[in-house]
Design a protein around this ligand. Structure first.
Ligand code: RIB
Length: 308
């Protein structure tokens, strides 16, 4: 029996606007549609891990409001353990305004709300379940010092950690030793390392930068151009399957969630990246975030079609 994936992170209500083109500065554009759904990088990753068949729990803060209630109902529907979530009486549930253009590109603005009240005490209150996890994932939509505290605590428990450093900002250099696996995209890798990343060579350089600071596994995703695994054995390139992109929002979350599910089931890192890149590729073929995350059966069937 495998241990659960635990995700510590953010929940947002996503307000998504589909537009022909994203507005330029000072410009007003007319949207073609508007929809609301559950989002937040942490929560999306928990949903992806669960859809990949991992026993999953999510730890985060939501407000004592309607949006928070919707979040709890969503976790129950997807069989995600939310027993350690905190309902914040002083802040509203996080909110994201997402604009997606006809090429599937997006712009996202996040109002953190209760996510920024997630505290070190919340982490301490869940040490028993963090300890009983196959891997614990973090992102950067909570206060950085709380994320840092969580990474140190979980690593101290001897449990694997994954950081999806989104949205990216510089991290203390001494934090990297507590991260087993880091999964930035090319933009985040540049923001963290200062190394412009656009191809295999530059991704390897950025990956080595992380390894030199104590990370064991760096996976730099390059969107539709593939992803690069960097370990002490060197760099390895993985293709992204070619698909028709409708909405890329949350593709990185889908990748991280699927990756964690696979790692928690003791699969090799190569096998886990294969699953994650196919899951993420499938997710961009549909509009929205959690509804576009495929099931394990769908991903396995998709992988088979790519083998021929
Ligand atoms: O990565 C996509 C997510 O970013 C959205 O669900 C939105 O809530 C923001 O957190």
């Amino acid at each position: 029996m495998y241990k659960p994936v635990t995700v510590v992170g953010s929940y947002n209500l996503d307000q998504s606007l589909k537009c022909k083109a994203l507005p330029h500065e000072g410009e007003t554009v007319i949207a073609q549609s508007y929809s609301e759904s559950s989002g937040g990088k942490g929560s999306n990753q928990a949903v992806a891990a669960s859809k990949m068949g991992a026993k999953t729990r999510f730890i985060g803060r939501i407000g004592a409001d309607h949006n928070g209630q919707d979040a709890l109902a969503m976790y129950d529907r997807l069989d995600i353990d939310r027993s350690r979530m905190v309902i914040d009486e002083c802040a509203r549930t996080g909110l994201s305004v997402i604009m997606v253009d006809e090429n599937g590109r997006n712009q996202i603005t996040v109002v953190p709300g209760a996510n920024y009240n997630l505290s070190k005490a919340d982490i301490d209150a869940s040490l028993d379940v963090l300890c009983d996890s196959g891997i614990v994932g973090f992102q950067l939509e909570n206060q950085p010092e709380v994320v840092a505290y969580g990474l140190k605590k979980v690593s101290g428990l001897g449990v694997k950690t994954l950081l999806d450093p989104a949205p990216a900002f510089a991290l203390p250099q001494d934090l990297y030793q507590y991260i087993n696996c880091i999964k930035p995209n090319e933009h985040e890798a540049k923001a963290l390392t200062g190394i412009p990343v656009s191809d295999f060579e530059s991704a390897c350089k950025a990956g080595k930068w992380f390894l030199d600071r104590g990370v064991q596994v760096a996976i730099i995703t390059l969107g539709s151009e593939g992803s690069v695994l960097v370990t002490k054995n060197g760099g390895k390139f993985f293709n992204t399957p070619k698909v028709n992109a409708v909405d890329t929002t949350g593709a990185g979350d889908c990748f991280s969630g699927a990756l964690m599910a696979s790692i928690a089931q003791d699969k090799s890192i190569e096998e886990s990246i294969l699953l994650a890149s196919h899951a993420a590729a499938l997710s961009v073929t549909k509009f929205g975030v959690i509804d576009s995350i495929p099931t394990l059966a769908e991903v396995e069937a998709f992988i088979k079609t790519q083998e021929h």
